[in-house]
Design a protein around this ligand. Structure first.
Ligand code: AMP
Length: 361
């Protein structure tokens, strides 16, 4: 039986389990509460951003499979807010409750080599050139093939620019390779993109698909700085690509697809995130159903909501002590302030975001 056939929509009062306790879990839980659904957060640290707005909390390690089983037994569906949920943990949860997005999406998104191979070979979508490199010799050969500069990345656990090095010249390759301390690696061609864009889209249990308009993203120090919707020159291609990938994964929930757009207009997929995504935060104040409610709707088997913004929005992340200006930000007209309730302000830490409301569409 397919997952769709086995699943009936969850009525209000049902419990959504969320693995992960950060700001994405917090905003998912707040959105679920609008629909009369309760959330149960599973996180190794007590009292985090998500747990503080949720009905239930389990504090245990992801490797504690007994705790995962007990948690999933109390949930009507289990989802996650980060892609590094260990495979065994996801499999254990799926024994006791439907898991959405499914284990395949996690498996693909956790490893840059598996991810790029799937996107290119199975979904038939263009990605930046890449090679599996397990020895300095292979790294040198891949460097010759893709030219310089290029980028070495750890296959797993990289985010916000962590676990990657730009290699400028062939003579720097060996040192760059060795500095990754034996972690499994890929080498990527450097994409001289003109801009970075993303598609945030949902796929329901019955295969229905709904994408928000193209979003343009600007990074600073490898961390997302601003996202703007609608991006200029959206000809619908990016959403079609996202749909092909999501169909290929038989995906249920919200997923983000990040692209490099090149000088000639072509789109190369950089990566996918099998979850709600920072570039989708602007949907909260766009006058349509936001990405958090959309994800909850999808995993709970509800009809998907409208993804058509009523006005433009620019989202800016509040990183580290940016959030100290909360009082000034709260006083701005047309600006919506979202703070994550993180107690400790640290450099580079995402503390909140603001959505500046723009022109009517
Ligand atoms: P990632 O962690 O792969 O999303 O990379 C973070 C950021 O680094 C991206 O959003 C780009 O700005 C930049 N970047 C990553 N990979 C490449 C690449 N192959 N070519 C050019 N820039 C890249």
């Amino acid at each position: 039986m397919t997952q769709a056939a086995a699943f009936t929509s969850l009525p209000p009062g049902s419990i959504i389990g969320i693995m992960g306790g950060g700001q994405l879990g917090r905003m998912l839980s707040l959105a679920a509460s609008h629909l009369g659904l309760d959330c149960h957060i599973y996180c190794p640290h007590a009292g985090g951003p998500a747990a503080r707005v949720s009905r239930y909390e389990t504090v245990a390690e992801y490797e504690d499979l007994d705790a995962i089983a007990a948690f999933a037994q109390r949930c009507d569906v289990v989802t996650y807010e980060f892609e590094n949920v260990p495979a065994q943990t996801a499999a254990k949860a799926a024994e006791y409750a439907p898991l959405a997005p499914g284990a395949r999406a996690l498996h693909v998104a956790q490893d840059r080599l598996v991810e790029k191979s799937f996107i290119q070979d199975e979904a038939g979508v263009d990605v930046v050139g890449f090679a599996d490199i397990t020895t300095p010799k292979q790294a040198a050969l891949a460097g010759e093939r893709f030219g310089y500069p290029n980028i070495i990345k750890t296959r797993r656990f990289g985010y916000d620019g962590k676990g990657q090095i730009k290699v400028e010249r062939a003579k720097d390759m060996r040192a760059a390779f060795n500095s990754m301390n034996g972690a499994p690696l890929i080498l990527e061609a450097f994409a001289p993109f003109t801009r970075e864009v993303s598609i945030v889209a949902a796929r329901g249990r019955d295969g229905t698909f709904a994408a928000y308009p193209l979003i343009e993203n600007v990074h600073r120090n490898h961390i997302l700085h601003t996202s703007t919707v609608p991006a200029s020159d959206d000809d619908g291609r990016a959403a079609q690509i996202a749909q092909r990938i999501m169909d290929g994964l038989d995906y249920v929930g919200v997923m983000a697809t990040e692209f490099f757009q090149m000088q000639d207009g072509s789109l190369l997929v950089n990566e996918i995130a099998p979850r709600v995504h920072n570039s989708g935060h602007l949907t909260q104040d766009a006058g349509c159903i936001d990405q958090f409610e959309q994800h909850i709707r999808a995993v709970a088997g509800w009809p998907l909501g409208s993804t058509a913004p009523k006005h433009g929005v620019v989202m800016t992340n509040l990183i580290g002590d940016d959030a100290a200006s909360w009082e000034m930000l709260a006083a701005q007209p047309d600006m919506r302030l979202h703070l994550y309730g993180k107690i400790e302000m640290r450099e580079g830490r995402k503390m909140g975001h603001v959505n500046m409301i723009g022109k009517a569409l």
